[in-house]
Design a protein around this ligand. Structure first.
Ligand code: F6P
Length: 547
């Protein structure tokens, strides 16, 4: 399990050479020369199609990238992941989120213990609970059924379930509305609670560690709000917890009989499939949640079974490595052409950047190359009217993913066709650009001086790479496939770069400093503890904060 010194490998050097030799190639010409390019560079699985033909690659590029994957011992790392080895070495933990979506009766072993049986026991408890809540059998302290669920969590205990709940809005119950509150900024909770009734509100406090201050403060504030109308004895009907830390749940005052468990081998940003998905299940119902798990499992089977050349997560990951490491692209954009997927880029941002935003390898060795990119994005077509100018005519290489469902759950006249046409058109425009001859033709008839001024502004260089993930329909199953696809992509990239994608030490330091600053905000002696900037900011707060 030692570092593979990937950047000292011959294939690494060959990829650099290959990039220098092929970077002048234009995708427009590659398509013109090769009518089979789409045929060769797309993959399909259960109604999900990855078109990766609009990338700056040749067959040789893919050969070299696959060789890179072999050099990094990707197959070995996949086997370690699947086999429950403690590959999260800095925390000495196994990484088994794939077990969360394994079908019942299919054992998943962690050091001789079948964790799949534990997973299904919790799923059964979640299912029974959801039936009671959604069926109106679970009653609040005045005997009324639950109408609103508030998920209190942050990071992986918020973004994943939030993104999935939003995406599957078409499957949501009309009787139970699910809200997500994450920010310690009090307005997030206050503005949500303003619309709710304590008699009919259920809080799901989701925190793997149950020590995250933001979540505990929000849970405490929710509890105070609730206790203005009810008594301590009523808390059990209105607060449930999702956590790995039963002792902290009990210490907080939630009966552990109302706790849904998960385990330390589930990373926070990989936890939507676990009990952290309770709020999703409350929104869409247990059967749809099972379909979501089944979609994730289908992608797992594909990932662990398909050869690298025909393996969606592996291909997506290798393309990302190609641009990030060998082209020096710093970012990767995600544009879902589905309004329900509007929080999906934010979830993938955490998934990817918290996993691979690292400068040292899994054994602490310094990495002398670029690793995880900045992930960002926004739904189409809104993104077109916001930042696509830079993608088309700016100076940066910005690889991107377009996620486009072929059918809408909410058809309004011909609007879905307009949406899809826009998504496809953007990938075409980014790829082919607009040539001088094409731009000139549009300007014909104008005075020469005007043409001279306008022509450079009407040119589109093109050659901007994109993947399209075309989905027959955004269902729980296809969303499960999509999410698992990105999880495995991130894993593969971590393997290539030699990173432990499952810890997150980088978020700790800010937490430590915030804990130090907090009491200083209310001290009266001049603040001299920090650098001049931080001292100045603290002084500014003290003089402007209205107590
Ligand atoms: O801030 C980082 C982090 O640890 C994430 O990795 C995690 O998803 C989030 O905080 C929330 O943690 P918890 O579920 O333990 O409250």
């Amino acid at each position: 399990m030692r570092n593979n010194d990937i950047n000292a490998s011959p294939v690494w050097a060959r990829l650099h050479q290959h990039q220098r030799a092929t970077r002048h190639l234009h995708m427009r010409e590659l398509f013109e020369q090769d009518p089979d390019r789409f045929e060769r560079f797309h993959l399909e699985l259960d109604g999900l199609m990855l078109d990766y033909s609009k990338n700056r690659i040749t067959d040789r590029t893919l050969e070299l990238l696959v060789e890179l994957a072999h050099t990094a011992d990707l197959a070995g790392w996949m086997a370690r992941l699947k086999g429950g080895e403690r590959i999260n070495v800095s925390e000495h933990r196994a990484v088994l989120h794939t077990a969360l979506r394994a079908p019942k009766g299919k054992p998943v072993w962690l050091e001789g213990h079948d964790v799949s049986a534990d997973v299904h026991a919790v799923l059964e408890r979640m299912t029974a609970f959801c039936h009671r809540v959604r069926g109106g059998e679970w009653r609040g302290f005045t005997g009324k059924p639950v109408t609103d669920v508030v998920n209190l969590g942050i990071g992986g205990s918020d973004l994943g379930p939030l993104a999935v709940t939003e995406a599957l809005g078409a499957y949501a119950s009309a009787n139970v509305r699910v809200h997500y509150v994450s920010n310690v900024d009090g307005q997030h909770l206050a503005r949500t609670l303003k619309r709710l009734d304590p008699e009919t509100t259920l809080f799901v406090v989701a925190s793997k560690s149950f020590t995250t201050p933001e979540t505990l403060l929000n849970a405490q504030a929710a509890r105070d709000w609730f206790l203005k109308s009810a008594s301590e004895a009523d808390i059990a009907r209105h607060f449930v917890a999702v956590s790995c830390n039963a002792a902290a749940v009990a210490a907080f005052g939630i009966d552990t009989a109302n706790m849904f468990e998960f385990w330390d081998w589930v990373g926070g940003r990989y936890s939507t499939w676990s009990a952290v998905g309770l709020s999703v299940m409350l929104a869409i119902g247990p059967d749809h949640f099972q379909d979501f798990l089944a979609g994730g499992h289908a992608m797992d089977e594909h990932f662990f079974g398909a050869p690298f050349e025909a393996n969606m997560p592996v291909i997506l990951a290798l393309l990302g490595v190609w641009y990030n490491t060998f082209y020096g692209a710093h970012t990767h954009a995600i544009m879902p052409y589905d309004h329900g997927l509007r929080r999906f880029p934010a979830h993938i941002q955490q998934l990817d950047m918290e996993s691979n935003g690292k400068r040292v390898g899994r054994f602490g060795e310094r990495l002398d190359f670029d690793t995880g990119p900045v992930i960002w994005g926004e739904v189409g077509v809104n993104s077109q009217h916001a930042f696509f100018q830079l993608l088309h005519q700016g100076t940066r290489l910005v690889p991107s993913d377009f996620i486009v469902p072929m059918n809408s759950h909410f058809p309004v006249d011909e609007q879905h066709a307009v949406l899809v046409a826009n998504g496809f058109a953007q990938t075409e425009a980014l790829m082919r650009g607009k040539t001088e001859a094409e731009a000139l033709a549009e300007l014909s008839g104008l005075p020469g001086e005007t043409i001279d001024m306008l022509l450079p502004q009407k040119l589109f260089p093109g050659n901007q790479p994109s993947n399209t993930l075309a989905i027959a329909k955004l269902t729980p199953y296809s969303l499960g496939m999509l999410l698992a696809l990105y999880e495995h992509k991130v894993f593969v990239q971590g393997v290539i770069w030699g990173i432990n994608s499952f810890d997150q030490w980088g978020v700790e330091y800010g937490k430590q400093l915030a804990a130090r600053i907090l009491p200083q905000l209310s001290e009266s002696a001049p603040c001299l503890h920090h650098d001049a900037s931080t001292n100045g900011l603290i002084q500014f707060f003290r003089s402007h904060h209205e107590r």
